[in-house]
Design a protein around this ligand. Structure first.
Ligand SMILES: Cc1cc2nc3c(=O)[nH]c(=O)nc-3n(C[C@H](O)[C@H](O)[C@H](O)COP(=O)(O)O)c2cc1C
Length: 328
């Protein structure tokens, strides 16, 4: 079991997604997929160094393997944040060099750092000196008019020289001005070939491709060219896809049915609510569980109408299951 988890973890990851991949979401996804590497939302180094580190870094043991994504570009802060975070037991620490939002650019981190690979390499070195767990980089293939194999190579080379061995690459450029973060995830075209070329050029690296993966065939094709695939929106909107993918990659494993996943969430929800969480903060991540199945609309609707009510508890999910037409 553990051997399988280790093997498959290298191949499938769930992307860091602000406001989405919080610890409740990751707990839920872990019940669906025993081995995918789960990334946190981005946390800024400043929030960890100067803020309430415990609030930003705590997670459930069941989430392993779990990677923390850090945002920042001050090597001292990134190193301090890494030191604090590694004491929490994360399995990987990842530097965000892919996020194009204005807020992120004004802090000089995210995708704009692709123009400054030496600074990213300095951050990497300072961070890796603080921990034994791997420090990795998530980037785009380029920024603005910098859209070439040469640019991507010039970005990774200083990092490779600094010792970085794992790159996650969102296979489209980021346009730093004029597009919203959302548009930056759809408008620049995907270019998987650019990422495959990176792996061919630097075969010793672990290269994980990201962007637009929604079906098993596309993932099979990617895994013939690179080491792993990171899945974002599809994993969030249709989380059970992760179970299908896990079963596809490991024929010996069979997924728990969707209703069993709900049952297994109930004790977690009870515990979290007893500790002050709201049902809605957890159940909002579960809305897509039955996507594409009979009763999916009834499931979503029941939860949307009931989960935010004062005093709502895990019984809402049991009732939502019963409200599905096929439940009778
Ligand atoms: C709601 C949302 C929030 C995101 N937040 C982050 C983030 O914090 N850090 C990051 O590196 N990428 C972030 N991304 C980008 C994803 O990690 C991923 O690169 C992108 O969605 C492309 O993958 P996909 O096509 O499989 O969704 C976010 C994406 C979405 C949809």
């Amino acid at each position: 079991m553990r051997a399988h988890a280790d093997k498959a973890a290298a191949r499938v990851a769930v992307a860091p997604m602000m406001d989405w991949t919080d610890r409740h979401c990751r707990y839920f996804m872990r019940l669906i997929s025993p081995s995918a590497l789960l990334y946190t939302e981005m946390v800024t180094a400043a929030a960890i160094v100067h803020g309430d580190a415990e609030r930003f870094l705590r997670y459930n043991d069941e989430e392993h393997p779990v990677a923390l994504q850090l945002g920042g570009s001050d090597p001292d802060w990134m190193a301090k944040a890494t030191s604090i975070a590694s004491s929490f037991g994360y399995d990987e620490i990842n530097i965000n060099v892919g996020c194009p939002s204005d807020r992120v650019q004004s802090g000089q981190f995210g995708a704009c750092l692709m123009a400054n690979p030496e600074l990213v390499a300095t951050c990497f070195k300072a961070m890796q000196a603080e921990t034994d767990i791997p420090v990795t980089v998530k980037s785009r293939i380029g920024i603005d008019e910098q859209d070439s194999e040469e640019f991507l190579r010039a970005f990774v080379e200083p990092l490779i020289n600094a010792g970085c061995r794992k790159f996650i690459v969102h296979a489209r450029i980021a346009i730093l001005e004029g597009l919203s973060p959302k548009e930056n995830r759809t408008i620049p075209p995907l270019n998987y070939e650019r990422v495959y070329a990176l792996k061919r050029d630097f075969s010793e690296l672990e290269v994980v491709i990201n962007g637009g993966f929604t079906d098993l065939t596309g993932i099979d094709e990617a895994l013939r060219n690179v080491d792993g695939v990171m899945i974002g929106r599809q994993a969030y909107h249709q989380p059970y896809f992760l179970a299908e993918l896990e079963a596809h990659l490991n024929g010996e494993w069979s997924p728990a049915p969707r209703a069993a996943v709900v049952e297994r969430m109930l004790p977690y929800i009870d515990r979290e609510i007893a500790n002050g969480a709201s049902l809605n903060s957890i159940s909002r991540h579960m809305l897509g569980l039955f996507a594409g199945q009979p009763g999916a609309r009834a499931w979503r609707r029941y939860i949307s109408e009931h989960a935010h009510r004062p005093g709502a508890g895990s019984e809402v999910l049991v009732n939502a299951l019963n409200a599905m037409p096929h439940a009778a």
